[in-house]
Design a protein around this ligand. Structure first.
Ligand code: SF4
Length: 63
């Protein structure tokens, strides 16, 4: 499972960071940073909640 973001939709409000702070972060320019690589099994629930919880529907499961 990997996560992607449509940056044209993301408004950097950090809702996903709240759901899964190990996976999502905002950099100094308020750009969303996603931990690269496959999501570890014990983080899948958090990440799924973040995808569903993004108010802009900017996150998606990439594979
Ligand atoms: S919750 Fe959605 S809009 Fe907010 S920072 Fe994350 S991806 Fe961007």
């Amino acid at each position: 499972m990997e996560i992607g973001v449509d940056r044209s939709l993301c408004e950097a409000n950090a809702v996903c960071v709240g759901f899964a702070p190990d996976i999502f972060d905002l950099d100094d320019d308020e750009e969303l940073v996603i931990q690269p690589g496959p999501v570890l099994a014990d983080r899948i629930e958090q990440v799924t909640d973040a995808v569903k919880g993004c108010p802009k529907n900017a996150l998606f499961i990439a594979g």
